[in-house]
Design a protein around this ligand. Structure first.
Ligand SMILES: [Mg+2]
Length: 235
């Protein structure tokens, strides 16, 4: 009998590559905005983009976990000069954000992710713990999970404990019977480990474990995952 009753998963860079997803979403959204406004827009460099985001977060720290609002404010920053009427601007921002969100959900799952989740969902409770704004219900895999917790839900980002504590509250399963799986050494592995949650590191690029002398159990292909869970925790 496995000691694991609940498995929680990170999403971005754990189930799919986030950089290519966001770059595509960003490019398509820019084109969408320019087509809608009918003008070329000065988007600036990637550094400018990050600078604007950092300044917005400095003004309002809740934007650190409210990625939707951060995105809307970034859109407004670039486009407000094209609108005389505040209502027209608001309407544009809502539409632009809806478009972006649709694009952001055009992900390519890593090999075997979905079939592995399907198999696991028959044996374990499954949950999502994400700092991002992907929604598993928009990806056709929502039915495989018992719950999904985003940063907006807990007004906090991993590695802080709020996601993990909320998972325990929703599942009624102790940390010692929970396994958290993610790609990030600090946000996922260290955050969970500090609470006594079991961890597995999805280490796609075979990085070195830089945190301490105690590397977590790790894997780089989803096809390895179920056997590894059974080997590590029993079945
Ligand atoms: Mg991640």
């Amino acid at each position: 009998m496995s000691s694991i009753l609940l498995i929680t998963f990170d999403l971005d860079d754990t189930f799919w590559d986030i950089k290519s997803t966001i770059i595509n979403a960003e490019m398509n959204s820019r084109k969408w905005s320019e087509d809608r406004i009918g003008e070329k827009i000065e988007w600036g460099t990637f550094e400018d983009f990050m600078k604007i985001r950092n300044e917005l977060v400095k003004e309002d720290t809740s934007l650190e976990y409210d990625l939707g609002m951060l995105r809307k404010k970034t859109i407004a920053h670039h486009t407000k000069k094209f609108f005389k009427d505040a209502k027209d601007l608001d309407e544009f921002i809502e539409d632009a954000y809806t478009f972006f969100l649709g694009e952001r959900h055009k992900v390519t799952f890593y090999d075997n992710v979905v079939s592995v989740l399907e198999q696991l969902s028959a044996e374990y409770k499954l949950g999502v713990l994400t700092n991002g704004n992907a929604d598993v219900n928009k990806l056709g895999i929502g039915h495989l999970f018992d719950f999904s917790i985003s940063s907006m839900d807990v007004k906090s980002n991993k590695p802080d404990k709020a996601h993990f504590v909320k998972a325990r509250e929703l599942s009624q399963i102790d940390f010692k019977n929970t396994l958290h799986v993610g790609d990030h050494q600090v946000n996922d592995i260290l955050g969970a480990r500090k609470l006594g949650i079991n961890t597995m590191w999805f280490n796609l690029n075979n990085l070195d474990w830089e945190i301490d002398e105690n590397p977590p159990i790790q894997f780089n292909k989803w096809s390895q995952f179920i056997k590894l869970v059974e080997k590590s925790y029993g079945n």
